[in-house]
Design a binder for this molecule. Structure first.
Ligand code: VG1
Ligand code: CO
Length: 547
């Protein structure tokens, strides 16, 4: 075995987005593309030419197409870099929350997660890579920008010519001076879950005939859900459906929302519906939760957890505080206020929660995009959220729907929807945002589409822990009754641009809580069109997805 310096040339566009670097598989298959990014990362972490002596790296991915090839490449580069140890999930598999758990439990200096998360997979689909730091959380923007800068000047990367590591069996191998340990991808994660929840109570729920349908969407959540729900908690075999992780997710879009998980929704709306439905995404960090005949919005899910989490063993001491991404509805703010807890508003993306969690200022975080998590790891965590709900149903004796209706009764309902306009030519999307930003100073005080705008701005965030500043995080247009429309462009897509329009209206009147969401939000949709000229800029009459 020897380590070789391979000459390379920079690739354009290796700029990580909301959550890592995501590109089409074909882009990642170009010679040196992945290697360049990893070299740049290692150079930033350890210093150019410096080794990672004594350090442990965690490595795994969501098992999508190209995962195994990428794992072998990174193993040889980590060996060349002099890592003492690499912990790699069996088969190259680690869900995103499991990778976070492994980093934390084994004192690793960081981990590389191979995933494009909710993006489609397969040879024509997407691939992705991201780095998580020693706290188990996504690297902050400071590091990802530095890595990007370095990718632009690289001339060589270093790699060992060691043979492939057999990934399918647990065991220890030696590559150069690096110990590569193939670990059980579920064990550490399962241990963390056992410490947080009342497994006895959840077992009792299933023993009494409670029915759950968990749609793993042919993704990496499957082995975790099967081991815990069917294996340990006694849910009947068959509770986890679409439970074989596939390299192309069965050709489906592993993004759990009512559009992509329509089959699950149909099951929960049927006459013989199970008591609860759930789904997780490609890398198992997102969750969708449904009750019998009832869809739970992610923002409401976060608020319900904020109200009740202290009933669960891992959270008995209460919550230090909560945080939500800016576009997420203000339902959780209302709960936090009533309970006297601090509530933070951060930009979109889990990396912004890390400092608050590390500093012990928040215990629970969430995003409107089906992401919820706590301080048990530094990622959002799909199965964790499902276990929270199961445990809550078990200890309160209330149904999923009853828990959400209680939230609405006490705090009013934050009627909420996100409208996505996908596949817009980038220049047109940029123009829409530029026009909107230009109009900001004049929006306040105007009456648009019959509604009076109280204020409007472009969200900027100063991290209360390290003072770092993130600007241009989304345009907010807020009405006098606190209804709002938020506009931002997606940072996870790989084709053209996606405009996300987030709509929220608070409805205190319980007699109006069952109005269809899109109907209740229709005036805000008109406002959005009036201030942003969405039709004109995108050429689209309708959003491509509404969640
Ligand atoms: C989307 C979501 C965001 C989430 C991110 C990563 O980002 O809106 O809330 O954190 O995906 O989730 P964007 O920039 O496309 O809006 V995952 O499960 O794809 O890692
Ligand atoms: Co994900």
């Amino acid at each position: 075995m020897t380590c070789l310096a391979q000459p390379t040339r920079p690739y354009a566009g290796q700029q990580p987005g909301t959550s890592g670097l995501r590109k089409k598989v074909g882009v990642f298959q170009q010679p040196g593309y992945l290697e360049n990014f990893v070299q740049a990362l290692f150079d930033e972490l350890h210093g150019p030419g410096q080794t990672a002596q004594g350090q442990t790296l965690v490595l795994g991915g969501d098992g999508r197409y190209h995962n195994r090839v990428a794992v072998q490449t990174i193993l040889r580069m980590a060996a060349a870099r002099g890592y003492a140890r690499v912990l790699v999930g069996q088969g190259g598999i680690l869900s995103t929350p499991a990778a976070s758990a492994v980093i934390r439990r084994h004192g690793a200096s960081g981990g590389i997660i191979l995933s494009a998360s909710h993006n489609p997979g397969g040879p024509d689909g997407d691939f992705g890579i991201k780095y998580n730091a020693a706290n188990g959380g996504p690297a902050p923007e400071k590091l990802t920008s530095a890595v990007y800068q370095r990718t632009q000047t690289l001339t060589a990367y270093t790699i060992s010519d060691a043979p492939e590591v057999p990934l399918d069996r647990l065991g220890i191998h030696t590559l150069e001076d690096t110990k590569v340990e193939v670990i059980d991808p579920v064990a550490d994660y399962a241990e963390v879950m056992r410490g947080l929840f009342d497994f006895e109570a959840i077992r009792g729920l299933f023993a009494r005939g409670f029915r759950l349908r968990y749609d793993a969407m042919y993704a990496v959540g499957a082995p975790y859900a099967r081991a815990l729900l069917e294996g340990e908690l006694g849910a009947p075999v068959g509770t986890v459906v679409n439970g074989e992780p596939l390299e192309d997710f069965g050709g489906l879009h592993p993004d759990p929302n009512p559009v992509n998980a329509a089959d699950l929704v149909a099951h929960l709306m049927a006459d013989d519906a199970p008591d609860m439905g759930a789904a997780s995404d490609g890398d198992a960090d997102r969750n969708m939760v449904l009750g019998r005949g009832f869809v739970v919005s992610p923002s409401d899910s976060l608020a319900v957890l904020a109200a009740h989490l202290h009933r669960l063993p891992g959270y008995r001491q209460g919550l230090a505080g909560v945080a939500r991404s800016m576009p997420t509805s203000t339902a959780v703010d209302r709960v936090a206020k009533a309970m006297g807890m601090p509530c933070f508003e951060t930009p979109t993306g889990w990396k912004f929660f890390g400092n608050l969690l590390d500093a012990g200022r928040v215990t629970l975080c969430g995003e409107e995009s089906y992401g919820t998590g706590s301080d048990h790891v530094r990622e959002k965590d799909g199965l964790w959220a499902v276990l929270c709900w199961l445990n809550l149903v078990a200890v309160t004796g209330q149904s999923v729907e009853a828990l959400v209706r209680e939230l609405w009764r006490e705090h009013g309902r934050c009627v909420y929807s996100r409208h996505d306009y996908e596949g817009i030519p980038t220049s047109q999307a940029d123009q829409l945002m530029a026009h909107l930003r230009q109009s900001l100073p004049t929006l306040a005080g105007q009456t648009v589409a019959g509604q009076r705008i109280a204020w409007a701005d472009d969200f900027a965030y100063t991290d209360p822990v390290d003072g770092s500043r993130s600007e241009r995080q989304g345009v907010r247009v807020v009405l006098e009754d606190s209804s709002r429309v938020v506009f931002r462009l997606s940072g996870t897509g790989t084709e053209g641009a996606t405009l996300r329009v987030y709509l929220e209206r608070h409805e205190p009147d319980a007699s109006r809580h069952d109005l269809p969401v899109q109907q209740a939000l229709a005036p805000l949709v008109q406002l959005a069109e009036a201030v942003a000229s969405i039709r004109q800029h995108t050429g689209m009459d309708q959003p491509s997805v509404m969640t």
